[in-house]
Each structure stands twice: as structure tokens, then as C-alpha cells.
Design a protein. Structure first.
Length: 218
């Protein structure tokens, strides 16, 4: 296998973006910050520290960052046993694997959260490797998560496609030199994904699976 299909997870394969919005909103509220949910939604996909900085600014009290991140993690963990995979997410990964693609995950999740997401997808037999937040110094939109995912499986950027649901995904993939495919199931508009670098956009995993023959993953 000398071609890689790299996938973001939250909002791309598992329907979790709005759970993240709600739990981040509550974490901010508990710390005395009133952050609009629509702003949080646009920030989902960033690593915790980058998300906090993006929403609260560089003049915030950075000593609160760890407590905010821990509060979000604690609130989000209550959903670990019932995270919903998006329709045909597992089937898509297995189909690509059987078709000769090396399937890799590139996600800001790690530890128990990543384990819960993989259980929801239920396609470990098709996943060759995972690049998590613990593996890189800079998260999306930096290219490192995608680059590290490709390094894990020894595939060059020109032989890879990255599938994600946020502008951060598209920017990371574009900066890593891979073809980018966007999905709308994370709630980000098509035009925003295309402007950020998506070469094709689909409704979600099921739509991409049904459209593979005419997609960058053909």
C-alpha cells in the first residue's frame, strides 16, 4: 500500500462537534467567561490551548488555560460511552482499506477520548495508524498532524488525501501538500471549506462512500 487516506475524527467520522461546543461553553461559563456558542463552533478542531487562545485572546490569564481544558475534558467525558459515529463512517474506512488505501487518523484527541472515538467508529481493522495530539508540538492548522500521520505509514504527500470537516483541517492538509476533501457534517459551510483548500466537498462519510468513483479517493 503506497497511498494514504488520512482522516480527521471529530465531526468527520463521529458526530461530536456540537457536544464539544456545549462542553466548552460550560467550561468557559464556569470560569466566568461568556463565549458565544457560534464562536466556539467555528473554533472546534483546534487543540485545546489554541482554541482557548483563539476565543479569549492573547491578553487572557494563561494560568487558567489548564483548568479550562480540564473542565472541558471532564464535561465531555460523560459522553464517552455513547459517542455517535456518522453514517457509514466505519464502512468507508473498511472500503478504502480493502481498495488499497492505508487509512490513518489525524486528530487532536488523545488518551481515553481517542479510545472512545475509535470504539464509536468500530473499524480498527482498517486503521493502520493514528497521529494524536500527544505526537506533535503544533496542532491544526499547522501541517504537523498530517505530516506525522504520513510519516507513520511512510507515504509521501503527493500520494495522500486528507478528509476533514473544518477550515483548520483544510489549512493543515494544504500546508502539508496533500489533496484535501471536506465534509459538511461538522457544520462548516461548503464555501468556507473550499476557500480553505478543499478540492471536493461531500455531505458526510455516507455521501463520500457513495461518490468514491468520482472523488479524489478514486
Amino acid at each position: 500500500m503506497d497511498r494514504a487516506a488520512v482522516f480527521d475524527v471529530d465531526g468527520t467520522l463521529v458526530d461530536t462537534n456540537h457536544l464539544h461546543v456545549t462542553t466548552w461553553w460550560e467550561a468557559f461559563r464556569q470560569a466566568g467567561h461568556q463565549v458565544p456558542m457560534h464562536a466556539i463552533h467555528r473554533s472546534v478542531g483546534l487543540g485545546s490551548t489554541d482554541l482557548i487562545a483563539h476565543l479569549l485572546g492573547d491578553d487572557r490569564d494563561e494560568d487558567q488555560d489548564a483548568a479550562l481544558s480540564d473542565a472541558h475534558s471532564t464535561l465531555y467525558a460523560q459522553y464517552f460511552d455513547r459517542l455517535p459515529a456518522l453514517e457509514d463512517a466505519g464502512r468507508l474506512l473498511r472500503h478504502l482499506h480493502k481498495g488499497g488505501w492505508t487509512v490513518v487518523l489525524a486528530t487532536s484527541a488523545s488518551g481515553a477520548e481517542l479510545g472512545a472515538l475509535r470504539r464509536a467508529i468500530d473499524a480498527d481493522d482498517a486503521i493502520a495508524a493514528t497521529a494524536s495530539a500527544d505526537d506533535v508540538e503544533a496542532g491544526k492548522p499547522a501541517p504537523e498532524p498530517v505530516q506525522h500521520a504520513l510519516e507513520l505509514v511512510g507515504v509521501p504527500p503527493e500520494r495522500a488525501v486528507f478528509v476533514g470537516d473544518t477550515v483548520w483541517d483544510m489549512r493543515a492538509g494544504s500546508r502539508a501538500g496533500v489533496r484535501c476533501v471536506g465534509v459538511l457534517c461538522g457544520g462548516i459551510p461548503r464555501a468556507d471549506l473550499e476557500q480553505a483548500g478543499a478540492q471536493a466537498v461531500y455531505d458526510g462519510p455516507a455521501h463520500l462512500l457513495a461518490s468514491l468513483a468520482d472523488s479524489p479517493l478514486a
